[in-house]
Design a protein around this ligand. Structure first.
Ligand code: NAD
Ligand code: MG
Length: 410
């Protein structure tokens, strides 16, 4: 069925890698979708360009200075776009009555509040911001059940799993699912000599063999913490337990994940590694729309390889599984410690192998509590950041901004 009026879409994190891919897909379907709001932390000129192209009702930045810059940049264009700033404005545009679809593509813990606001407002939420689910999984899923919002996974693996499951799927066992096979490329250091990992640079870590992504997720892919976060994400999204999910390394990133059934069937979703496929899928679900992605040519591709992950090379995978098994605030702590570690690695204060070391030390010395409310999540997140900053100083003599809560916003 085709609706005659375009559905208003709010793109949280529109200047990022996922945000730009989302706008690319939206631009292909002006009859189906309109852009209601665009948001970014900074990169004002890029956001201004997007506003000129898509004429959103609102554009939201993180602070007042950036808002002033954006207003000035848009002044000459006679646009009706209203410029807002701050976390409350992000939540407001995500929950606005007029919005039908929210793309949650802010990176990191900063995405939690606006994404949750969209969920609570009962929107169709396209979830790219895996960190928000990892840090607040139980609350997030409870809010979803309460509001009746529809959550569609954008992460290519989870989107693939979603496509390989019946819809809706509240119970894997009743659906005949034996296990979920979560694939990952192994990143740029899959075959690098382990001894050399100590000295790899941020540039090397951000050079993913198959995907072009933001810097944080690129580093996560290099440590395979990305797969670890996705493991936790899959547990929440698909009501799975850690034993239901097996990580499989698949260097070509053509099979985006698989579901194995009781009768011996193994369903896979395949495609070229381009995020516009899961974005278009989730946006139009249950319809199928053009995404701009070329059809996969399996004959040209030639071969697909699969192997077991090497946890001695990628300790982050084990740390994430242990966090999910521990439950409560353990994934919140894992996520926060990882964000501090990745920032420190990107700014040159922590070696690559220090990322896992720092997270493990924070995990070992942080109490696990039950996540009874958003305040508990925020406290666990803050405590883990402070603890990570201490550990960073103990182990590497480096200081971060994490111990100063006013420097970051959630
Ligand atoms: P990115 O760094 O390219 O973009 C992040 C966006 O969030 C930008 O628009 C930025 O302005 C905004 N932002 C950053 N910090 C903010 C803050 N404190 N407050 C408000 N806005 C802020 O990141 P990305 O690669 O597009 O990833 C976005 C999310 O999608 C991440 O959670 C990532 O894990 C997930 N994801 C990305 C990919 C990918 O291919 N890039 C694939 C799967 C999942
Ligand atoms: Mg992914």
């Amino acid at each position: 069925m085709h609706s005659t009026t375009p559905q208003p879409v709010c793109v949280l994190g529109s200047t990022g890698s996922i945000g730009v891919s989302t706008l690319d897909v939206l631009a292909r379907h002006p009859q189906k979708y309109s852009v209601f709001a665009l948001t970014a932390r900074d990169r004002v000129e890029e956001l201004a360009q997007q506003c000129r192209r898509f004429s959103p009702r609102y554009a939201v930045v993180l602070d007042e200075d950036k808002a002033t810059q954006l207003r000035q940049a848009l002044q000459a264009d006679n646009l009706t776009t209203e410029v807002l700033w701050g976390i409350d404005a992000l939540c407001r545009v995500a929950a606005d009555d007029e919005v039908a679809v929210v793309m949650a593509a802010i990176v990191g813990a900063a995405g939690l509040k606006p994404t949750l606001a969209a969920v609570r407002a009962g929107k169709k939420v396209l979830l790219a911001n895996k960190e928000s689910l990892v840090m607040a999984g139980p609350l997030f899923m409870a809010a979803l059940a309460e509001s009746g919002a529809q959550l569609l996974p954008i992460d290519s693996e989870h989107n693939a799993i979603f496509q390989c499951l019946p819809y809706p799927c509240e119970n894997l066992d009743r659906a005949g699912v034996e296990r979920i096979l979560l694939t990952g490329s192994g990143g740029p250091f899959r075959t690098t000599d382990v001894a050399a990992l100590d000295s790899v640079t941020p540039e090397q870590a951000c050079k993913h063999p198959n995907w072009s992504m933001g810097r944080k997720i690129s580093v996560d892919s290099a440590t395979m913490m990305n797969k670890g976060l996705e493991f936790i994400e899959a547990c929440y999204l698909f009501h799975a337990t850690p034993v239901d999910i097996q990580v499989v390394v698949h260097p070509q990133s053509i099979v985006h994940s698989m579901v194995q059934y009781r009768d011996g069937s193994l369903l896979a979703q395949m495609g070229n590694p381009d995020m516009r496929t899961p974005i278009a899928h989730a946006l139009a679900f249950p319809e199928r729309i053009d995404s701009g992605v070329a059809a996969l040519d399996l004959i040209a591709q030639g071969r697909l390889d699969f192997e077991a992950p090497d946890e001695s090379r990628f300790p982050c995978l084990r740390l994430a599984r242990e966090a999910m098994e521990a439950g409560g605030s353990a994934p919140t702590t894992l996520n926060a410690a990882n964000e501090v570690a990745v920032d420190a690695f990107l700014s040159g204060t922590l070696p690559f192998t220090g990322i896992a070391r720092l997270i493990e030390k924070v995990m070992k010395t942080t109490e696990v509590v039950e996540l009874t409310g958003l305040d508990v999540v925020e406290l666990a997140d803050q405590n883990a950041r402070e603890r990570a900053a201490e550990v960073l100083e103990e182990l590497y003599g480096a200081r971060t901004g994490a111990e100063r809560p006013q420097t970051r916003s959630m």
